[in-house]
Ligand binder design. Structure first.
Ligand code: GDP
Ligand code: IMO
Ligand code: MG
Length: 429
């Protein structure tokens, strides 16, 4: 079974936790887009006996890496900052987990260079309408890929080709830095030396992952395709221009790994029981005032990558219904239900009102989204703890009504319910 996991909102839905859990059922776990703008949190028992817990935050390495015997790949659709990747590998080694023959990096994945990160930050500082990027060089790296001047992981293993490409890039980029941003030039020698070094350190992992995965499928192996970000950060279908620069929807799993659509069996959407967003852009159901702070603190909603406070709001069924349609989602994994435990009443957005018009479906028009007033359906809260409940029937009746309402509004069944960050705090419906 080949399963694609996608975020149905603006990222941080809890994909890391769900991927970690589903990893036990597959042979391969593959990241297919994004870069170290992603932060996927996995909480596992600190010891085999189950005492205490240990948190890992993955930016590039697939969230399945903690499962021994599974092969983890970074696909061609990902953009890789090799320094960050090496840090992540070394962090795992310190924790006693050794990515070896079971860890692979596509030779076709593009490399985030130091000038990408700087360009991202300088552009953002100059912009009148800021996007609120993570400043990790994601947009400029994907732009070079599309511009056909990017440097790929395989190039780091070939000093002659790498030299030619880097010289070409620096010639143009240093002019831009000087003339547009009044910023110092990047030194060829330093980057050349550093990145050939990164190439040498990562060489054992770099290969043709498309062939590897293709053969795995021919041998009836099961693959989990790990999406980063979320549907509304997708470069095409997201709330453009407040999006990331890759295809975060399920279709990205095909172009980002080279596995054709006909080989995909299922798409699971991960959805938070409320909504969050980091960075700028429209957010119709965003909480106002003190309640924003209360919910952010209850949900510990601070970015896993940049530490920025996440903006929080009510569940927006128009978003999730749209995500179900765009991604071909047949099942949803609902996360962070426990964060709503104490609420007296819960609102669910069922429509938008804009200039006297009622919208019952998501509208991609940024003007409408910016001015949209949400129409809510209120339901009573369950006001009792749900963490540590492991059976659906043991959930409070009002929590079950909330779940049924979300299923009816979004048009997909909820097959997993997460009521805490650890593996054990999960209900399989
Ligand atoms: P991702 O980017 O989609 O993988 O999500 P993040 O890891 O950035 O953010 C999700 C956060 O919520 C992490 O800190 C998780 O440990 C935590 N989390 C996931 N599921 C649950 C849940 O059901 N309840 C609670 N309280 N926390 C959760
Ligand atoms: P995961 O995989 C939440 C947001 C940034 C910004 C916009 C563009 O953990 O869900 P970029 O640096 O990508 O050019 O920034 O996208 N963003 C995310 N928000 N979770 C993420 O990843 C994100 N990756 C990017 O905050 O608004
Ligand atoms: Mg995240």
């Amino acid at each position: 079974m080949n399963i694609i996991i996608v975020g149905t909102q603006w990222g941080d839905e809890g994909k890391g936790k769900i991927i970690d859990i589903l990893s036990s059922q597959v042979d391969y776990i593959v990241r297919y887009q994004g870069g170290n703008n992603a932060g996927h949190t996995v909480v596992v028992p600190a010891s085999p006996a189950g005492g205490g817990s240990k948190e890992y935050i993955f930016h590039l390495i697939p969230s399945g890496i903690l499962h021994p015997g599974k092969t983890c790949c970074i696909g061609n659709g990902v953009v890789i900052d090799p320094a960050v990747l090496l840090q992540e590998i070394n962090g795992l080694k310190k924790a006693g987990i050794r990515p070896g023959g079971n860890f692979k990096i596509s030779c076709l994945a593009h490399v985030i260079m130091p000038y990408h990160g700087k360009l991202d930050q300088l552009r953002e500082a100059k912009r009148a309408n800021k996007i609120g990027t993570t400043g990790r060089g994601i947009g400029p790296c994907y732009a070079d890929k599309i511009n056909r001047c990017g440097i790929r992981m395989g190039d780091l293993l070939n000093p002659k080709i790498f030299k030619e490409k880097l010289l070409d890039n620096l010639k143009e980029k240093n002019e831009i830095f000087k003339k547009v941003y009044d910023y110092q030039a990047f030194s060829f020698n330093k980057i050349y030396k550093d990145y050939l070094g990164f190439g040498r350190e990562l060489a054992e992992y770099i290969c043709d992952t498309q062939k590897l995965l293709s053969k795995a499928i021919a041998n009836k192996k099961d693959i989990l395709f790990e999406g980063a970000q979320g549907t509304f950060l997708d470069i095409d279908f997201g709330t453009y221009p407040f999006v990331t620069s890759s295809s975060a929807t399920s279709a990205g799993a095909c172009t980002g790994t080279g596995i054709p659509p006909v080989k995909m069996d299922k798409v699971i959407g991960v959805t938070k029981a409320y909504t969050t967003r980091v960075g700028e852009g429209p957010f119709p159901t965003e909480f106002a005032g003190e309640f924003q702070k209360i919910m952010r603190s209850r949900g510990k909603e601070f970015g896993a990558t940049t530490g920025r406070p996440r903006r929080c709001g009510w569940f927006d069924s128009l978003l999730v219904k749209e995500a179900v349609s765009i991604n071909g989602i047949s099942e949803l994994a609902l996360t962070k239900l426990d964060i709503l435990d104490e609420l007296k009443a819960i609102e669910v957005c069922v429509a938008y009102k804009y200039k006297g018009k009622l919208f019952k479906e998501f509208v991609p028009d940024p003007e409408v989204l910016k001015g949209a007033r949400p129409v809510y359906r209120q339901i009573p809260g369950w006001q009792s703890p749900t963490a540590h409940i492991s059976q659906y029937k043991r959930l409070p009746a009002k929590a079950r009504s909330y779940i049924s309402l979300l299923e009816a509004l979004s048009g997909a069944d909820i097959s997993m319910i997460s009521v805490g960050s650890s593996r054990a705090e999960t209900i399989f419906v």
